[in-house]
Design a protein around this ligand. Structure first.
Ligand code: ZN
Ligand code: ZN
Ligand code: FE
Length: 761
């Protein structure tokens, strides 16, 4: 008894919903230890007792070899007197009020996939198979700690067989909270116009898809609309109903073999596609493939994902008898202005307008979770949208804060809830300017705050006086202290905080639109930035946005503005001039002359639009950044010299790209191919960033550069700018965990607020 030891262990990080307690239980068992383990409000705690050597071995293994999805951030061990307990048990969760990461939904694991196709398994072809390593998490959680009774699985009473597995430490479903089987778990049904039909809902759905029909499918975080991705007619019909213009549709491919048929995928892209989150990844579309041309008109990339739930796996499965399409369009079930439908009643009420059938199940979705979208830049994951599989995303702040809400930006909104140095970035919310999205904003904030057990004591939001997020915060929290944070400062601070930089840095923030401190529309900014404050060191010269917001939808307006600013006449020779109806020209010229209805902008996003219009890539856009994306796709990969530009001295410096516009006009007159002009233009932006950064380094001695803002979603630009700066000896940082677009703004707001609150104390 002398060498008997006891330790109390507290483990923090992502340790709930990832099979951590069963892991601890098994480990204790292996080492002949007694004691207990339980979830707490902030992680997992355990008491282990046994031979000293075994206790030490247990602790070493605990840290060395945790379950695959666990991420341990801290382990604290305290010695306790041995008490001679004999058994090891899993105790009920202790709700002790701390904040803990909220587990994200996880794609079907390899073990469950094997069982799914094992005829002798009792879950053979069961669409809701899951285990401690996979299955729904965030989308079914009502409250924490994470236990079945606080998920939407609470009303499914476990059968004896499931109960045995759930309680058996040797089972890989030991305390798998969503555990289910055909006898006791959720069930599928298919509903068609005439009502519920078919004994075999999946077989029926597959047949309809094979016939070119559209089927609504209830997934993990909401409803999708599915159809055969090879069927032009079906895809066109679906696109028309969604009212989303030319915006590409995501597809789900059956397996990695089908992936090869539709796309050219790098090993890094494949790794991301098969990672536990199974996001949509934008990859190069295979030339000459048979996918419908209506999936991604005008672009060379395609958004693909692999089946991430057993339901999707079975739906797209080829062993079913029916010749089901190997690639399905799998797009969220909503019209463009609305959030994805999650509610069964709404689905059955609204989706028959487009779908022939609705594949529905009876496991309620606690919260909407959209598909995540990523692409790889320089071989690394660069998220475009963080939701399913990642969110809510745990992050760290540079300084501790009181309970705080950062409201984010209005476009691609996410919000951020923080306390101490822990911050959680919400899943993608959407564009708050859309009423249907805005009306769910309040609820989403309330839900995340309540999951985290936080009542905000400070709110922060964008400087923009017209932002819905700002108006919401002012109305909802009238009595709390408010902080206003400039948009591009937030972009830069988000990337700084993600990389743990202390600053000051040169923050290069290029995007479409952000409200500036001078009331103009910023978006081509070089900030010398710390967390608490920034100085606008340089920016692109202002040009007018003819027609204001209309200039965002109609790039030809920006082209006219740039031509005029560059001193070039509006000649019929230029495509954007032809886009302006002749009868409207006098009015337009008078407007331009008088500067009426023309806010000023330094936006690089708008500059890309202008150049795209000059090259006649596009005069009107139907989705965000469409012209810029198409301009990038057009650019010749071979090296070409950039155009001239000038940087005018001053505070701030002003970057004059009008010589480049004149160069483009000359090239157009000369008949230079558009792909060469597009490449020269990219080179020009690279050269501008390099020159301004060199000037700022010479003056201020700054060597760290942060690249952020939606323009850096351009892979070519991001790569070339980073390379040019690195070669000049700069340390370059780009967003990795959060999107470079406005989806990362909320985290930046929280980081800035943290610094300002610290200064205020
Ligand atoms: Zn599994
Ligand atoms: Zn069961
Ligand atoms: Fe932005």
């Amino acid at each position: 008894m002398n060498d008997r030891a006891a330790r109390h262990v507290v483990v923090e990080g992502i340790v709930q919903g990832v099979g951590f307690r069963p892991f601890v239980h098994r480990l204790a068992h292996d080492h002949g230890l007694a004691g207990w383990v339980r979830n707490t409000g902030s992680g997992v705690e355990a008491l282990v007792e046994g031979e000293q050597e075994e206790v030490d071995a247990f602790l070493a293994e605990l840290v060395r070899d945790p379950p695959p999805l666990a991420q341990i951030t801290d382990v604290r061990v305290v010695t306790r007197p041995a008490s001679d307990v004999q058994a090891f048990t899993i105790l009920a969760s202790a709700a002790n009020g701390g904040t803990q990461p909220i587990p994200a939904d996880v794609a079907l694991c390899a073990d469950c996939r094997r069982e799914l196709y094992d005829e002798t398994d009792r879950r053979y072809r069961y669409p809701f198979i899951n285990c401690t390593n996979c299955g729904p998490r965030y989308s079914i959680i009502d409250a924490l700690p994470y236990d079945r009774e606080r998920t939407t699985m609470r009303d499914f009473t476990m059968c004896a067989a499931c109960r045995n597995e759930y309680e058996d430490p040797a089972s890989r479903r030991f305390h798998a909270e969503p555990i289910a089987c055909p006898d006791c778990g959720p069930r599928l049904r298919i509903v068609e116009h005439a009502g519920p039909t078919a004994d075999h809902p999946l077989a029926r759905a597959r047949r309809l898809l094979a016939e070119g029909k559209i089927v609504a499918v209830k997934g993990i975080g909401g409803y999708h609309l599915a159809c055969d991705a090879y069927d032009d007619h079906a895809v066109e019909r679906l696109r028309a109903w969604k009212e989303r213009g030319d915006k590409p549709l995501a597809i789900m491919v059956r397996d990695e073999c089908e992936l090869e048929h539709v796309a050219d995928v790098t090993p890094a892209e494949r790794a991301l596609l098969t990672s536990p989150a199974h996001p949509v990844v934008l990859v190069a579309r295979r030339a000459g493939g048979r996918l419908s041309r209506h999936i991604n008109p005008g672009v060379t990339t395609i958004g693909v994902m692999l089946p991430y739930t057993p339901l999707h796996q079975l739906l797209i499965d080829e062993t079913s008898g029916v010749d089901v399409p190997p690639s399905l369009v799998m797009t969220s079930a909503n019209r463009s202005a609305e959030p994805m439908i999650v509610d069964d009643e709404a689905a059955l009420h609204e989706l028959f307008a487009i779908a022939e059938a609705v594949l529905v199940h009876d496991r309620p979705i606690a919260t909407r979770v959209d598909d995540s979208v990523s692409h790889l830049v320089d071989g690394m994951d660069a998220p475009l949208r963080r939701a399913r599989g990642y969110a809510p995303l745990p992050l760290t702040l540079p300084f501790a804060v009181p309970p705080l809400l950062a409201c984010g930006a209005d476009m691609k909104n996410t919000f951020c809830v923080a306390t101490g140095t822990g911050a959680v970035l919400s899943p993608y919310v959407g564009d708050l300017g859309q009423y249907a999205v805005f009306s769910q904003y309040d609820l989403a904030i309330e839900r995340l705050c309540s999951l985290m057990g936080i009542e905000p004591q400070v709110v922060c939001y964008d400087l923009h006086p017209e932002y819905w997020s700002r108006r919401f915060a002012q109305r909802r929290f009238p009595d709390l202290p408010h902080l206003e944070i400039q948009h591009h400062h937030a972009h830069v601070a988000a990337c700084m905080a993600e990389h743990g930089l202390s600053g000051p840095v040169i923050g290069v923030a290029f995007d479409g639109t952000g409200y500036g401190e001078d009331g103009h529309v910023w978006g081509g900014e070089f900030l010398v930035a710390g967390y608490a404050s920034f100085e606008r060191a340089a920016h692109f010269e202002y040009v007018p946005m003819y027609g204001g917001e209309a200039a965002i939808r109609e790039p030809w307006r920006m082209a006219l503005a740039y031509l005029r600013s560059a001193g070039i006449a509006w000649d019929e020779h230029f495509a954007p001039v032809r886009a302006l109806a002749v009868k409207h020209r006098p009015v337009f010229e008078a407007q331009a002359e008088g500067g009426i209805a023309a806010p000023l902008t330094s936006s690089v996003g708008r500059l890309f639009d202008a150049v795209a219009a000059l090259l006649d890539v596009r005069q009107r856009v139907s989705y965000d950044a469409q012209a810029a994306i198409e301009l990038e796709a057009l650019a010749d990969p071979a090296l070409h010299a950039g155009y001239d530009f000038a940087v005018h001295e001053g505070l701030p410096r002003r970057i004059n790209v009008f010589p480049a516009i004149r160069g483009i006009a000359d090239d157009l007159r000369r008949g230079t191919p558009a792909r060469v002009i597009a490449a020269r233009f990219h080179e020009t932006i690279v050269a501008i960033v390099r020159r301004v950064c060199l000037q700022l380094r010479a003056e201020r001695g700054l060597g760290d550069v942060v690249l952020s803002g939606g323009v850096f979603q351009n892979k070519t630009l991001s790569h070339e700018v980073a390379q040019a700066l690195s070669l000049s000896g700069f340390s370059v940082y780009r967003p990795r965990a959060i999107p470079a677009n406005d989806g990362g703004i909320a985290y930046g707001q929280a980081a800035v607020a943290a610094a300002r609150l610290k200064g205020a104390r």
